[in-house]
Design a protein around this ligand. Sequence first.
Ligand SMILES: C[S@@+](CC[C@H](N)C(=O)[O-])C[C@H]1O[C@@H](n2cnc3c(N)ncnc32)[C@H](O)[C@@H]1O
Length: 574
Amino acid sequence: MKLVKIDGVVVCDNVFWRGYIAMLEELPPEHLDLIFWKSANSCVKLLGVMEQSGKKNPSKGLLQSEELYQYLLETSVYPREPEPLKELRDITATHPKAVMATAPDAGQLMDMLLRLVNAKKTIEIGVFTGYSLLLTALSIPDDGKITAIDVDRQAYEMGLPVIRKAGVEHKINFIESQALPVLDKLLEEHENEGIFDFAFVDADKVNYKNYHERLMKLLKMGGIVVYDNTLRGGTVAMPEELVAENLRENRRLTIELNNFLAADPRVQICLAPLGDGITICRRSPLGSKGSPRLHVSDIGNIGKRTCFVFYKRRRLALGISELLGEASCWRVMGESAKKTTVYKGLLKNEELYQYILETSVYPREPEPLKELRDATAAHPRAIIATAPDAGQSIDMLLKLVNAKKTIEIGVFTGYSLLLTALSIPDDGKIIAIDVDRKNYEIGLPIIRRAGVEHKINFIESQALPVLDKLLEDHENEGSLDFAFVDADKGNYKNYHERLMKLLKVGGVVVYDNTLWHGTVALPEDLVEELVDGEYKKEMRKHIMELNKYLATDSRVQICVAPLGDGITICRRIY
Ligand SMILES: C[S@@+](CC[C@H](N)C(=O)[O-])C[C@H]1O[C@@H](n2cnc3c(N)ncnc32)[C@H](O)[C@@H]1O
């Protein structure tokens, strides 16, 4: 590791997180004002280490820099945070354990999910001062109900005056108790089975799997459970010996949970690096698309343990989730780590990104998509393909809006197109537009073999005239359930204006590359002009403009997630 001090600033070249940690331990604190860190993918990363401690919402350390996290909060989250939530966040900041509160960026995604499933009956395990509870209460309708459980009423009482003032206390049934007996009590009444739309779990990690088992009965099909802290400050991707001793047990439990959820065929999942990492699980029928790429032949219990019996590539494997340690579970369901996905640099290190891919994304990626990803890897511009982690969230969103009619702007070799085609029903339709058919033809044989070509209407054209043509026919207004935009950044705002007419109310549009390798949070003079054939500086300007524009557009609810190269999810409100 090379450390150089220039004008009081410590500059460190080619350090991976291993060196980074060692470096922080070695250096006296007065040297830690600014560290520039040049990583393998030639994107300069800026770490404001000392500044972090003074922030009201310091990042939980998942992203490439504190600046990127603050950019996300200040551009997209805070401007839309309802006043009572902000007040509750400020009160919580005075609590000695303020770090436990749900992060506002994770909160914004939860709000989106609550509205997408039209949540009315929800469960919250782990209330603390009530940030996620209040956001849920503000999101659900006036006759909605939240069963909120925490062992400690004192912290809840810090937030209670704000909840009262916001006029939503009547939606909350706060129970001061251990959560397990409350869930078991609910399950004694058969009519409670399958009646909850949504659950949020942010409590004792040791019980997450027990909560999951109960929630699989309490949630309705299509209902959502969100688990918090599933990336644990990134420690899940670190070798144990590099993790502070007091964090090891939670790291171990989190790794176990992640493996368990990745193998659970009862849910479709998405692991997103928001807050401290959240895992979204959508309860779906056994054997449906989006469940692990394992053929589940049986599911049952041995004693209190849940067992999955599955085949993989014609070999029978018996995976007893609770009996398997992380290594053996991995062996049963893991993919060998082939790097066919280009890391876009948003997270604190590539290891964390690979962890998400290998734990939650690749094991569930349908075979044709994997094939298309491999075929794309040989393309000289493979970097522009939609990232599989972003793809997994798109698949979740498609399901949540029951998408049938969709549009895609920017097809390239067809990764996002194929995943959409696999996700929508057999009579679903996708209008897919790209100026270049040649690349689409790389993926086409795979799309054909997957038996989904009939859902696709590929149009080789500039996208704007196609959208304008669609809008000439009034019948097309409000006809689309979903749109994915991943093309020329300079036109995103033009696409948005058209899509606000073509999408139905409640429909979703996802924009790709909205964090642009993290350069949105870098000073302009640190951004390289041209990288891998992309005009970084110019695109950054377009993207930053778009982010500001979307943040103030009242026609949509938004959520920015650092998946792939950053995606912005917009749900049309009116
Ligand atoms: C980032 S790639 C799309 C990646 C794709 N979503 C995937 O899953 O791999 C961008 C694509 O947008 C196309 N494109 C650029 N400008 C366009 C325009 N004005 N209209 C239509 N397509 C355009 C490019 O040809 C390129 O294939």
